[in-house]
Design a protein around this ligand. Sequence first.
Ligand code: GDP
Length: 343
Amino acid sequence: MMIPTIPTPDELLDKGFRRGKKAADLTRTTKMPKHLKGKRIEEVRVITACQVIKDRLKMILDRVPPIEQLPEFYQDYIDITVGVDDMKQSLGALNWAYGILTQLEKDYAGKIRRAPSEKASGYQKQAYGRIASVVNKIKKDLDFLDFAKANLRNMPTIDFDAITIVIAGFPNVGKSTLLKQITTAEPEIANYPFTTKGIQIGHFEKRWKNYQIIDTPGLLDRPVSKMNDIELNAMVALEHLADAILFIFDMSETCGFPLESQLNLLKEIEKIFKGVPVIYLFNKIDLSDYEKDEEKFDYVTKYVDKLDNVLFVSASTGEGIDEIFNILDKIEKIPHEKEEEQF
Ligand code: GDP
């Protein structure tokens, strides 16, 4: 999401007052009876300052989309990263300031018009004082929006029409190797809250369907029991996207994690992504002889005995990879958003 540059209260006021002065100076050169011109100058000064500040606030309000209209994933993302309530409150405060400035503009323009000419400049000063006080009142909200701008830059671009596959599995099992194998272009790397390496999103098209493959290094690659609430939320946000989980086992255990732990991770992830189909991918077949070591793998392969969604591949040599597309062809979009609209 693109939040425009957020000014400080001083920047807003400087600009408003500078432009007010400019407009007043311009008025000075117009031809008008002197006693009227004096009032006109002050009126123009107040109106211009208000307008300039209001325009800037409106530009910010117009450019930030209403959060409740964003797809669920982005609402979660914003909530985890900066907090949806704080965001709404800050935007609300800008809106409030806009309203007050509109009122001030109207009130003081009227006062100056009706006042005897010697009082005009006093009203103008009063108006500027009130304007400054309103703008300073939204300082913390402007600060917050500036913080949100910095934190929400490089949000992942999600294709909500594509079938979305979320990759999971311990580090070094071959997730990114696989992502590169099956996607056409270089995966996009975007920020993702609480993952140091960000989120990787790859795209490809197969049999006239668009797919989007998501890898989140540092999130779906460690025991859920060790996660804090925020990390759990970051994970749940993915639940709103996933049409299938692609869980990768490294049967060679060269990733450094014993199979038993890998199976436990799978079980945890299945619990969180309830109702999302899982594709079980046994990677690095070039490094292990499954048939010879059958007993060793027994308890894992028995856990996933539905042959439908099981694959034995080597992400690095490409062996068996084509089979993935046959399985993916059966995956359908889960209508996540609609589900929620019913309630
Ligand atoms: P990630 O941390 O899960 O993304 O794992 P990577 O894709 O970075 O892979 C970790 C290491 O395993 C890298 O050195 C890969 O080259 C290697 N690797 C991945 N898949 C295979 C495979 O099928 N066979 C072999 N021999 N090595 C693999």
